[in-house]
Design a protein around this ligand. Structure first.
Ligand code: ACM
Length: 559
């Protein structure tokens, strides 16, 4: 016949294909879901909404645009939008009457929006409608609205603050979170972070619909929260380096300069300010007071209260810190801890306090007469039962202060009698988390292999971060599949700070991995696809971070 193979193929298809092509085009324009499937410029939101229907045309937000609201629940959301517009457009979004002309209306609508933290957002050519039934829902609707605007809207300095009109593509979104707990932990102990940085960190979490800031405030290397009844915690426990009582371990920080003083703590005023800042962004703060291990800073400040003077035990933690564990045989330990919990619970309104419980060193308490006497009195057979006694008693103290307990998974190992509502963080592996579920424990999944953001992205020697576990690439984070169980409260990433010598390294290790985390936490599993996320993250997500001067890792590495 004289045709080459590919020519023959093209001709043979042509006869049936014309009609088929017309059919395909018709189908594409007749169903919105197919339009969505082929992708559109409006597909920019992170985390990906559960339902998204692109519309036609766009809304133009200008100085003349007004907002209307029938509920005080929308206040934080409106304030947030107004702040960013003031910074980046130079005008304030003013209030007006209910109208379908150039107006953004906020409506309380529990009939249409049934789930907590959920929202409906309709962007038409003439008006925008936001519906929700709680503060978080309104806030997240505004976050989505702003993600549909030019990334310049996220600027924090106002340096480009003169964009006069903002085009927002028409669409309808119905959205809700997969998990109630969508957290990130920041360790302020090993390296201290300024209140300014902590606020920026919280703000970026809020921009991605994350709602729990777990604040690791105490550890061997530093006690970072002012406690009025125990001023030496700040005076002694918050200073590490030459001339201080804490010249040990990762001193002053892993791979850091050896002659630098690492100091800092948050005053109670700082904390109140940060709590309010987070609340305005629908974020609850979970304070962690890590006990009885990881407590060297407190022990050095108050040795007589927290250690048995006759204790001859000599041990080291896995991080090589010597004798860092509070003594559970001393009554003074419980008085100290109750006083601390009392101040902490007055500062943090959230219903939970994290009491640590991880990595109690082998050999701790072994030669303490106070612990032996406690064991005899209470009929405790071994160290694990002493640990149970300690946490059972602390759980009761928390209850007295109307708080529930969160702790690392080790606390459950000895089967202490804790309340059913307490929650445990499964950090060792996904498997260990599933084991807790089988024991009917509430779990937050934080497996090191996927969600420890202090680990390097890759094995490269040039990468900052730890290497003691596996590398955690952004794709690895994205690939984390939390099992569906009513015992799983959610997921959380942990940013331990031994290697975080400055804020740039903290940013680098956090981003873009937090982008991936947000989608793991928010979006239903079946709606998540790495390639789709990768495109949105690299085209839009990183732009939003760049405009805020976040020092993110600039490529999204595959495994
Ligand atoms: C932990 O990583 N020690 C909770």
């Amino acid at each position: 016949m004289g045709f080459k193979f590919w020519e023959w193929k093209a001709i043979s298809y042509e006869s049936k294909s014309n009609r088929f092509l017309v059919f395909l085009i018709l189908l594409m324009f007749s169903t919105e879901s197919l339009l969505f499937a082929v992708g559109s410029s409006t597909d920019v939101i992170i985390p990906k909404p559960q339902k998204f229907l692109p519309g036609k045309g766009k809304f133009l937000l200008t100085k003349q645009t007004r907002y209307f609201s029938d509920t005080a629940l929308s206040k934080n959301a409106i304030t947030y939008l107004q702040r960013q517009l003031k910074l980046n457009a130079g005008f304030i979004l003013k209030g007006g009457k209910l109208s379908k002309d150039n107006t953004i209306s906020f409506h309380y609508n529990p009939k249409k929006v049934k789930k907590s933290e959920a929202y409906r957002l309709h962007i038409g050519k003439k008006y925008i409608i936001v519906e929700a039934k709680d503060k978080a829902g309104f806030f997240y609707a505004v976050v989505s609205l702003m993600q549909l605007m030019d990334p310049v809207i996220w600027g924090q300095t106002g340096s480009s603050g003169n964009t006069k009109s903002w085009s927002i593509p028409s669409c309808t979104i119905e959205d809700y979170p997969r998990f109630k707990w969508r957290g990130v932990m920041l360790d302020s102990s090993r390296n201290f972070f300024s209140t300014f940085y902590v606020k920026k960190f919280i703000d970026r979490m809020a921009q991605h619909k994350l709602n729990r800031f777990h604040w690791h405030l105490t550890d061997d290397e530093g006690w970072r929260i002012e406690i009025k009844q125990y001023p030496l915690l700040a005076k002694i426990g918050a200073r590490r380096g030459p001339g201080t009582k804490l010249p040990f371990s990762m001193y002053p920080a892993m791979r850091g300069p050896k002659n630098k003083l690492q100091s800092g703590y948050y005053t109670q005023d700082d904390i109140r300010e940060i709590v309010a800042y987070a609340k305005a962004r629908s974020i609850e703060i979970l304070p962690e007071i890590d006990i009885p291990g990881h407590a060297k800073a407190a022990i050095v400040a108050y040795p007589k209260l927290l250690q048995d003077p006759k204790d001859k035990s000599c041990y080291r933690s896995v991080q090589k810190v010597s004798n860092n564990t509070i003594n559970p045989g001393m009554e003074s330990s419980y008085i100290f801890l109750e006083n601390v919990i009392s101040e902490v619970s007055r500062l943090f309104p959230f219903g939970y306090i994290h009491l640590g419980g991880d990595e109690i060193p082998k050999g701790a308490w072994k030669k303490s007469p106070a612990v032996h006497s406690l064991m005899q009195k209470k009929g405790l057979k071994n160290t694990r039962e002493v640990q149970n006694y300690f946490f059972t008693r602390l759980d009761k103290i928390l209850a007295k202060h109307q708080r529930k307990m969160i702790a690392w998974q080790e606390v459950t190992e000895g089967k202490p009698k804790l309340r059913q509502n307490d929650i445990f963080m499964a950090w060792k592996s996904t498997k260990s988390g599933k084991k807790l579920i089988r024991k009917h424990r509430n779990v937050i999944m934080t497996p090191v292999q996927y969600l420890y953001f202090d680990q390097q992205y890759t094995r490269s020697k040039k990468e900052p971060g730890h290497t003691w576990s596996t590398p955690v690439s952004t794709q690895k984070v994205y690939d984390f599949k939390a099992a569906s169980s009513s015992y799983i409260r959610g997921v959380q990433a942990c940013l331990w700070s031994e290697t975080l010598l400055n804020e740039k390294i903290a940013d680098y290790l956090a981003w873009p991995r937090i982008l991936a985390l947000s989608e793991v936490a928010w979006t239903e599993q079946k709606k998540r696809k790495w390639k789709d996320f990768q495109k949105r993250a690299s085209e839009e997500g990183l732009k939003r971070l760049k405009i805020q001067d976040v020092h993110y890792r600039s490529v999204l590495p595959v495994r």
